[in-house]
Design a protein around this ligand. Sequence first.
Ligand code: HEC
Length: 263
Amino acid sequence: MKDDKESVFEPSRRKILIGTGALAAGVALSQLGGLVKKAEATGGKTEKWPWPYEKLDPAKTAEICYNEWYRVFCGAAVINSVVGQLREKVGEPYTSFPADAFLFLEGGQVGWGTICGSPAGANIVANLIIGPRTAGAHEGHAISADIMQWYSETALPTFTPQNPKLTAKLPTTVSESPLCHISVGKWMKEANQPLKSAERKDRCARVAASTAYRLVELLNDWHDGKYESTATFSSASENGITGQFNCMECHGDDVPEAPQPKA
Ligand code: HEC
C-alpha cells in the first residue's frame, strides 16, 4: 500500500538505486527517517508485516515457556511460547517462523552476558506482532521499553510453574539491569549457587516464563486497545547516551557526562 509520503520519495529512491548501489541506497534511505516503510526498504512488497495476533493465556504461555527453556533456553523459549501457540491459532506466517534460530540468545547471547535472552526474545515477538517504530507502530517500541524496565525493577522470578523440576524454594532478586551478567550474577550471589547448578537453571527457566507472562499481558491489552506504556526512562534523551538506569552501579559516584550537542 502506498500513501502520499511514500510516493514523494519514489523517484529519488529509484535514482539512488541505479546511481550508487544497494549499500549507499540503504544509508540514503535510512536518512529519510520514518517516512519510508521498513518492509519496502529491505524486503520488497511480498513481505507481510506486522503479523496477526490473537489473545493468549499468560499462565499457559508461561508454562510452555518454562518447559521450552529446558530445550532451547531463554530467548527461544520466550519466542516459542508465543509463536508456537499462534502457529495453531493463526497458522502462516507463524508456521514458517524459525523460532529455534534464536537459541543464540542464551546466556546474554552465546554466553557473553549482554542482554538477557528473556527480554530480547519478548522484544522480538512484540515487534513482529506490532511492527517497528519506523512504520509508525510506536506501541511495539513502547512494549519493549516496558519489558526492559519491568525486567530490571521486578523481583524475579515472579512465575512458579505447576510442575517445577525443582521443588526447593528459589530466592528472587532485582537486577536493576536487563543484562544477563548482572541479573544472573546477583541471583547467584543471593542463592550462593554456581552457574551450572540445577537451581540456577530453574531460576532462569522461571525468569523466562515470568517474562513471557508479562509479554502476553501487554500484548493482550494492546489487542483490546487498553495498552498504556508504563516505561518512564530513556537514557538517550535524558543523558545523551544510550544506557540503562543503574549508572552508578558501574561508574560509582563519578558518572561521566556525554558530550552535548554543539549549540
Ligand atoms: C553496565 C555498566 C555500565 C552502566 C550501567 C553504565 N555505564 Fe557508562 N560506561 C561503562 C563503561 C565500562 C564505560 C567505558 C569505560 C569508562 O570510561 O568508564 C562507560 C562509558 C560511559 C561514557 C563515555 C565517557 C567515558 O568516560 O567513558 C559515558 C558518558 C557514560 N558511560 C555515561 C553513563 C550514564 C549516564 C549511565 C546511566 C544512564 C551509564 N553510563 C551506565 C559502563 C556502564
